[in-house]
Each structure stands twice: as C-alpha cells, then as structure tokens.
Design a protein around this ligand. Structure first.
Ligand code: 5GP
Length: 201
C-alpha cells in the first residue's frame, strides 16, 4: 500500500515548523540499513537487471509512494534504454498491518502489452499488495512480469511469491521508515532505513 497503517501513525503537530528534522527526531530508532549498504545493494541489483534484460529493455513500474526513492536510484544503476511508469494503490484492513482490500488509486499511463515489466516495490510484508498488482498487471498482456522489492519480511517466502529481486530481508516485527518508506507520510526523505519507534508501535 502507499500509506501508513493507521496504528503506526506518529503524533501530529499543528505546525510543521514545530517538528524536529528527521536527524533529530526521537521517533526514529536505530539505523537498520545504512545509506552505504543501500547504495551498494542497489548497484548490484542494477547490474543484475542490466545483464538479464540486455536484449529486452524493461519498463519499470514503481508503486507509489514508497518505492519512489528506490526506483529513482535503481533506474540509474541500470545501463539499458528503459522506461518508467507509476501506479498507486491503497489498502484497508487491520490497524497495524496491511490486509483486506487493495484498491487502485492511480493507474499506469503506458500500455503493458508485449512489454517486459519489472514491478518495483518498497516492501513485501504480507504479500497482499503484490498479489493484487501481479494479477492486475498480468491481465494487461506483458511479455514478462518480474518483481523487484527493496525489502521483504524474513518470513515471506519470496520464491513462493515469485519475487525475482530482493534488496534486503528485514525482521517481521520491525516497522521501518526512510528511503521512501513513511510513517504517516513522514520520514520518506531519510537517506537510510531505520526502525520507527514512535507512537503506534
Ligand atoms: P503487504 O500488502 O505486502 O502486506 O504490504 C505492503 C505495503 O505495506 C508496503 O508497500 C508498505 O506501504 C506497507 N508496509 C508494510 N510494512 C511496512 C513497514 O515496515 N514500514 C512502512 N513504512 N510501510 C510498511
């Protein structure tokens, strides 16, 4: 999903100016994945995609908004004449985890017919969003459809979910922010991935 599960919302403030910068925010916990580790892994993923898609330049489909930062770095690590597009979904369900119904809130602009599509996700948590998107995109007749996710929960069987490219595995109980991932739309601009330790945990 694109937003934050309700239960993970940080306290809101009446004035954005009163909010501390991310670097001094007490709701940001320990660094789980550093900016350097991310850069190195993104570069590896880019090289792997460049090799595997050499004869069929891919269309990267980013899932807004969480995958935005990842996609912008990843595409620059791919040495192919690729194209990009974006899709946005929202999901409703339990307070602290995405579950229930996934709904399309912004569709792609490009036709997927005959294209080699790589769906770029921020995190595969329960896999619900991924299952919805895979079904939705597969129905549009792409030549191929693979998935590249920055993060996957350790308990997720990525092989069973048919996820080809995984940046990092993370613990099941960590709610993380940064590098595109949010808590109530904040912290996407952190350069690293950190545990969120604010209200709602
Ligand atoms: P799924 O459908 O796989 O259960 O949920 C995937 C979506 O849930 C992600 O795209 C993301 O928006 C949200 N999500 C799941 N875990 C986290 C987390 O630890 N941090 C943040 N910021 N979002 C998460």
């Amino acid at each position: 999903m694109t937003g934050t599960p309700e239960g993970n919302r940080p306290a809101t403030s009446s004035s954005a100016a009163a909010l501390p910068p991310p670097s001094a925010d007490p709701n940001i916990g320990p660094t789980l994945i550093s900016a350097e580790q991310i850069a190195e892994r993104v570069s590896q993923l880019g090289a792997e995609i460049t090799r595997r898609y050499a004869d069929r330049p891919p269309l990267l489909v980013g899932v807004l908004r969480g995958s935005l930062v990842f996609l912008t770095d990843l595409m620059r690590a791919i040495d192919l004449p690729l194209t990009i597009d974006f899709i946005a979904v929202s999901s409703y369900g339990s307070a602290t985890r995405t579950s229930g119904v996934v709904r399309l809130v912004k569709d792609l602009e490009q036709d997927l017919g005959g294209r080699d599509v790589i769906l770029v996700e921020d995190i595969v948590d329960t896999g619900l969003t991924l299952r919805y998107l895979r079904k939705n995109l597969a129905a549009r007749g792409p030549a191929s459809l693979e998935v590249c996710t920055l993060l996957a929960r350790r308990s997720v069987d990525v092989a069973a979910q048919d996820v080809t490219f995984v940046g990092f595995e993370i613990d099941d109980d960590a709610f993380v922010v940064g590098y595109g991932l949010d808590a109530n739309q904040r912290y996407r601009n952190l350069g690293h991935i950190a545990a969120y330790v604010g209200p709602g945990q």
